[in-house]
Design a protein around this ligand. Structure first.
Ligand code: TXA
Ligand code: MG
Length: 319
């Protein structure tokens, strides 16, 4: 029997009993458990084979539910929360002592987010506790944007995937921390840098391994397919280099018109939002075609192009 189901009440029951449920969000599916259950949280790390030094994001139904989770909300964090929650933005704030060290990897901060998905908002409202939820994939692999991606990864290890359809944004939330009240981007994501700057002004991006070696969302190789992947400006040139191999190609809007490759165009109308939404699903599909290489086209570095390039770069060996 499939573990994929739309039954919110069943999810409520499983989570209340300290089990895990994969949940839909507007970014990617999460592997969720009660933040106050040591059993559930340990099971999240074990299921994902995730190292304990990588902290989890806490999901709440509203800004009001941050009471008892964080102790201080900087002015610019309030502006951002008002502008973008529910939405694809995670804020890293000073943690309340109630929050278990397992969630925060012993840090004095906790990552929090109000997700923008009707099914998960309903679920969160019915639960007496917030949900810790990393992306529902084994550590280092491509994040899931459909219920079936999660089921493919964890079919015998998970009681339920709550089906909320395909994720609208398709890449993870943008993570923003505060250093002496000054906002800093720790992970580029589904909320574009320009949109954030429109609300709080210029913001620094510190998303390199050198900046934060202890935050594996920033590992050089992450979000990675099994198939060797290249990120290039000139797709045709790269295809020529691999011409005797089975090649998969991911391009933004224009076909390479080459009958010898398996090609996916992310957005024929040239929308980066559509491209982001389809990116991981396309990578999942290509990764199951037994290809020798995947060649992805680099995006221009503006708007979501920056976030998409970040993920594609981490999907390759060469960063
Ligand atoms: O869109 C998302 O954010 C998805 C959905 C499910 O909400 N979640 C997600 O979680 O991407 P995960 O665990 O795959 O990535 C969480 C990132 C990690 O890179 C982690 O290091 C960082 O958040 N993080 C968590 N707590 C942190 C903290 N206190 N300080 C700095 N980084 C933190
Ligand atoms: Mg992840």
């Amino acid at each position: 029997m499939s573990i994929i189901s739309k039954d919110i009440q069943k999810a409520v029951q499983l989570l209340n009993e300290e089990h895990l449920v994969a949940i839909p969000t507007e970014t990617v599916y999460g592997l969720a458990g009660n933040i106050f259950s040591e059993k559930a949280i340990k099971s999240i790390f074990a299921t994902k084979k995730r190292p304990f030094f990588n902290p989890l994001i806490v999901h709440v139904p509203s800004v009001a539910s941050l009471n008892g989770i964080v102790t201080h909300i900087p002015e610019k964090a309030k502006l951002l929360a008002n502008a973008f929650w529910p939405g694809a933005m995670t804020l890293v704030l000073k943690k309340h002592k109630n929050i278990p060290d397992l969630i925060t990897a012993g840090k004095d901060t906790v990552a929090v987010r109000v997700p923008n998905h009707p099914v998960t908002l309903e679920l969160l409202k019915q639960l007496p506790f917030p949900l810790a939820a990393p992306s529902a994939n084994p550590f280092g692999s491509i994040s899931p944007t459909k219920a079936k991606h999660v089921a493919n990864y964890f079919k015998n290890q998970l009681p339920m995937v709550l089906d909320g359809g395909a994720c609208q944004n398709g890449i993870e939330s943008t993570i923003i921390g505060f250093e002496n009240e000054v906002p800093v981007i720790y992970r580029l994501g589904a909320l574009a840098l320009e949109d954030i700057e429109a609300v709080i002004g210029k913001i620094e991006v510190k998303n390199k391994k050198e900046d934060k070696p202890d935050a594996p969302g920033m590992l050089a190789r992450h979000y990675a397919p099994q198939t060797t992947t290249f990120l290039v400006d000139d797709v045709n040139y790269e295809i020529a280099k691999h011409r005797h191999k089975k090649i998969g190609v991911i391009v933004f809007e224009k076909s390479v018109n080459n009958a010898n490759v398996t090609e996916f165009i992310l957005s024929e109308k040239g929308s980066k939002k559509e491209a982001a939404a389809k990116l991981y699903d396309t990578m999942h599909t290509l990764d199951h075609l037994n290809l020798d290489v995947i060649i992805a086209e680099r995006f221009t570095e503006d708007g979501l192009g920056k976030s998409i390039n970040d993920r594609l770069q981490r999907a390759t060996f060469s960063s």
